[in-house]
Design a protein around this ligand. Structure first.
Ligand SMILES: O=C1C[C@@](O)(C(=O)O)C[C@@H](O)[C@@H]1O
Length: 259
């Protein structure tokens, strides 16, 4: 049995080792929107900023995406960046790129040194995941292998397999986001998270989305989830709390639970 793990960056645990650390998404559609959003969200001091590049209108221009990643990094005031293209299949915005182009975009952004983490979906082909793994590793960027189900919550065994698959495919962090149909689904997600965090050697991240799952964004850390996504300016998924409310509630929970 292994202890639940915080996400490490340059030898330091993200968020000072608090479980969970807080990540805020950036969902601007233009350079101007993104830079304004990055500055205002960074001022709320989340532990990580996620650039959801599938929202960005200029996603097809790799050189501009790399430049913009550099500008967002500069606006982030030392807060590390997670670069994410969420596919429309898994709840993201529709984009015009084919998967090989997505890999090349993510690879170029990793190679630029502007981001610390890249998110890639484990549902892509093993060859695609392997290529992304090689490119992120060559650049010293941590790979988050993710799975999302915006329609429902798979059974416990399947969720455990998703976490385990991420680790087998070489992830530095395993992430699972699902939609509950009832409170039993919320318990299933938490049970799978606890199991994964106790058995896998890498940090795990999970959330049950929507209103019913909102409790997992607060209490998930007690079940081993290393990161909670919270709203800086605009939500990227249903059920996310505002950063300041989440920080306040987490501080109370940590005090009450002695963690
Ligand atoms: O995968 C995740 C988690 C998420 O879907 C959430 O529910 O908080 C939000 C996304 O921006 C992120 O990429």
């Amino acid at each position: 049995m292994v202890q639940p793990k915080a996400i490490n960056l340059a030898g330091q645990p993200l968020g000072g080792g608090r479980m969970p650390a807080i990540c805020a998404p950036l969902v601007g559609r233009t350079r101007e929107q993104l830079l304004a959003e990055a500055a205002s969200v960074a001022a709320k001091r989340p532990d990580l900023l996620e650039w959801r590049v599938d929202f960005y209108d200029g996603i097809a221009d790799t050189a501009e995406v790399v430049r913009l990643a550099g500008s967002i990094k500069a606006a982030a005031g030392g807060i590390p960046l997670l670069f994410t293209r969420r596919s429309s299949r898994e709840g993201g915005e529709p984009i015009a790129l084919l998967e090989p182009q997505v890999i090349s975009l993510c690879g170029a952004v990793c190679a630029s040194g502007h981001v610390a983490f890249v998110d890639y979906e484990m549902g892509n082909t093993p060859d695609e995941v392997c290529e992304m793994r090689e490119r992120s590793r060559a650049a010293g960027v941590q790979l988050v292998l993710s799975f999302h189900d915006f329609k429902g919550t798979p059974p416990l065994g399947e969720l455990q397999e998703k976490f385990a698959l991420a680790e087998q495919l070489g992830a530095d962090v395993a992430k699972v986001a699902v939609m509950p149909r009832d409170m039993e689904d919320v318990l299933t997600l938490l049970a799978a998270t606890l199991h994964a965090s106790r058995t896998l050697p890498i940090p795990v991240v999970s959330m049950s989305m929507g209103g019913a799952g909102a409790v997992t964004r607060l209490a998930g850390g007690l079940f081993g989830s290393a990161l909670s996504f919270a709203v800086g300016q605009q939500a990227s998924a249903p059920g996310q709390w505002p950063i300041d409310a989440l920080e306040t509630a987490l501080a109370l929970l940590r005090k009450a639970s002695g963690t």
